[in-house]
Ligand binder design. Structure first.
Ligand SMILES: *[C@@H]1O[C@H](CO)[C@@H](O)[C@H](O)[C@H]1NC(C)=O
Ligand SMILES: *[C@@H]1O[C@H](CO)[C@@H](O)[C@H](O)[C@H]1NC(C)=O
Length: 644
């Protein structure tokens, strides 16, 4: 798994001349959000230039959002009579779009504060109001002060404030405002390289170069390759044997499978061909269908494992396991700014925009009479419909985001589930610890000596599927039960400090905590039994043979596990689509249900150490190390085919 680092925003800044006096909050204003934790590796350099432009995005409170879990369960719980009856994008927009009262209140507030209507617009899905203003104007509007923060290693800059306030009467209409207290989370090339070459090793663990012994069988071949070395070299054939994968897709033109990569991470064509030549000869020359999001490039200027291993790994295994299904590469972010999780979410909002965007005059704008020129087409218009399955091997510490940010983004993931998408995130490679093995203070601040566990985000969002890592014990075979991955990485797992326990896992979590009480107090983790727990499912994350930069290397990480589970669900979807059914959508309610036990291999051995502890232990049933276990495709297909 690759960790998203911080990077500067686009906004260019000059030293401020005057520091604004700190003002006391006027009556009828209240603090709306505070920084979750001061970001590691950044220091506050100076006040932001008051005359710089700062495009502000105001996230409006959505209608019915409090019912989204129930709505998602109705289409994804295996015992729901409306299983598989996914929503159209139009239904999603209509159900959740903020009320006229909400939009009107926010627009009136902005205009009463002196902003002319040409500085204000409402996004195509009505979820956001965008305001074009200067930093000085925004500081006055939000009763805050903006500062420039500088990254200690790279010198990159970004701006932010520690807290901001709103009129009390506006608060109920606003989820959050950006950019404010939330640092942007982008993969930063320099940061990754520095960290890696500095020996700190974030993200995937890449081993030395090696030579896999022989060309193994392709997917279409009847005879599997040599499986005798799967305990030390994981290949496509090892995974097929482990997870009972013997299925060739037949409905590829109706199915979709997306893999998200954040620039500057990039695959190399020669690496795919080297991998396929050795392990899947019929695929030599095959490429992903690349969709470039927000000025993205699949860059080739920088070539090293730190730039290529993530994308090479994800695509080699996703394409290899699902051939001949075309795989869509969602390459996110440009070379300057990079991308964040929200960018790929925006990009799959295509249908949100096409029916209510600037192209359709009957739908154009929300208040055309009062807002001339304010609705000249939504900027965040999407460019592709949500793929049926999406795999994302990236993460950041949950402690780095505010609850409002986390809730808002998680609801967007729930909407994808409502529309029938399955979204898989790696659960992290540091056991119960966070990025760079850092844990938390009592108050949730990242601290190298902290003892509080530091779970990974967005894996902790209850509306995504969090994927942990297993491995074959050295000396064991593909027929023996796997164990939690404890070679070079530890499977990310634990309990959220933000999200509460979703219904679909409440029985599993309470039974784990009752039968295997962890030897930790509330100082280590939220042990109330009321918080979201991860991972949900797992797959092998050790010893992957990956072609990278013209050589084979062994790679370790939940980075590998996520695309493998995503590939398996893509094959399930193929079987359902071929039978005239819908894709499975959000799978968590199904995989936690009793009727799906036979579709999973329970993993009962191993721990996920971190924060000076042994972490949690795998156990019979669900556990916060390997989730409900690993998939068994041959058994999952009939189980999912039995559902409507
Ligand atoms: C909201 O405003 C739009 C545009 O003015 C209008 O067409 C619509 O009927 C309003 N909706 C409600 C529920 O009042
Ligand atoms: C534990 O999680 C639950 C559910 O999110 C929450 O209500 C509770 O406040 C949390 N406890 C602590 C000590 O943070």
């Amino acid at each position: 798994m690759r960790i998203l680092a911080y990077l500067a925003t686009l906004i260019s800044l000059l030293p401020s001349v005057l520091a604004a006096p700190s003002s006391t909050l006027p009556a009828r204003y209240a603090v709306h959000e505070r920084r979750a934790a001061e970001p590691l590796h950044w220091h506050l350099s100076r006040r932001a230039n008051p005359s710089s432009a700062l495009p502000l995005n105001i996230g409006l409170r959505q209608q019915n959002i409090e019912n989204i879990e129930e709505m998602l369960m109705a289409v994804s719980h295996p015992s729901s009579p409306t299983y598989g009856q996914h929503w159209s994008a139009k239904q999603v927009v209509e159900t959740f779009s903020p009320t006229n009262e909400t939009i009107g209140s926010v627009l009136t507030w902005l205009m009463d504060s002196g902003f002319s209507s040409d500085k204000i617009r409402v996004s195509g899905n009505r979820g956001w109001v965008q305001l074009h203003a200067t930093i000085a104007e925004i500081e006055e509007l939000l009763h805050t002060e903006y500062h420039v923060y500088t990254h200690l290693e790279t010198g990159e800059e970004q701006i932010g404030c520690k807290t901001y306030s709103l009129p009390v009467r506006i608060q109920e209409h606003v989820d959050l405002i950006r950019p404010t207290v939330h640092f942007n989370h982008h993969p930063s090339p320099a940061y990754e390289v520095n960290k890696r070459f500095g020996g700190l090793g974030v993200g995937d663990d890449v081993g030395p170069t090696m030579s896999p012994k022989k060309v193994q069988a392709s997917a279409s071949s009847d005879s599997p390759g040599d499986l005798s070395e799967c305990d030390s070299m994981t290949t496509l054939d090892c995974l097929r044997a482990l997870y009972n994968i013997n299925y060739t897709p037949v409905a590829t033109d109706k199915n979709t499978f997306g893999v998200v990569e954040f620039t500057p991470q990039a695959f190399l064509e020669a690496d795919l061909d080297l991998f396929f030549a050795n392990f899947s000869p019929s695929q030599v020359g095959t490429r992903p269908v690349t969709v470039l999001i927000d000025g993205a490039v699949v860059q080739t200027d920088n070539q090293a494992p730190s730039f290529n291993v993530e994308s090479d790994l994800d695509l080699e295994y996703a394409m290899g396991l699902t051939t001949p299904q075309p795989v869509t590469l969602l390459q996110v972010g440009d070379l300057v700014e990079g991308g964040s999780f929200d960018n790929w979410l925006d990009a799959v909002d295509a249908s949100f925009c096409t029916f209510e965007g600037g192209d359709d005059p009957s739908q154009d704008g929300i208040y055309p009479d009062t807002q001339p020129g304010g609705f000249d087409g939504p900027e965040d218009c999407g460019i592709l419909p949500p793929p049926n399955v999406v795999s994302i091997s990236y993460a950041q510490d949950e402690s780095s985001v505010t609850p409002a940010f986390a809730m808002r983004q998680c609801a967007e993931h729930a909407k994808l589930g409502l529309m029938g998408s399955s979204v898989f995130y790696s659960s992290g490679d540091r056991g119960v610890a966070g990025n760079g093995n850092v844990c938390l203070d009592n108050d949730g601040t990242p601290d190298a000596n902290g003892v509080k566990f530091n779970p990974q985000f967005p894996a902790t969002c209850p509306f995504v599927t969090a994927v942990g890592a297993t491995q074959i014990n050295p000396g064991s075979t593909v027929s023996d039960p796997e164990v939690a991955c404890m070679t070079r990485i530890f499977s990310g797992g634990g309990f959220s400090n933000i999200y509460s326990l979703p219904d679909y896992q409440s029985e599993a979590v309470s039974s784990y905590l009752t039968n295997n009480p962890p030897p930790f107090t509330a100082q280590r983790f939220n042990n109330s039994g009321n918080s979201r727990a991860i991972p949900d499912i797992s797959a092998n994350g050790a010893n992957y043979v990956v072609a990278v930069n013209g050589e084979f290397r062994l790679v370790f990480g939940t980075s590998a596990s996520a695309p493998v589970v995503a590939s398996i669900i893509t094959l399930v979807n193929d079987a359902r689509i071929a039978a005239g059914k819908k894709p499975v959508g959000f799978i968590n309610p199904a995989i936690y249900s009793d009727q799906f036990k036979n579709g999973l291999n329970d993993i009962t051995t191993g721990d996920n150490p971190g924060c000076g502890s042994n972490g949690f232990s795998a156990a019979v049933g669900w556990d916060p190390v390997t989730g409900v276990g690993t998939p068994n495709l041959a058994n999952l297909i009939p189980l999912f085919l039995n559902l409507p």
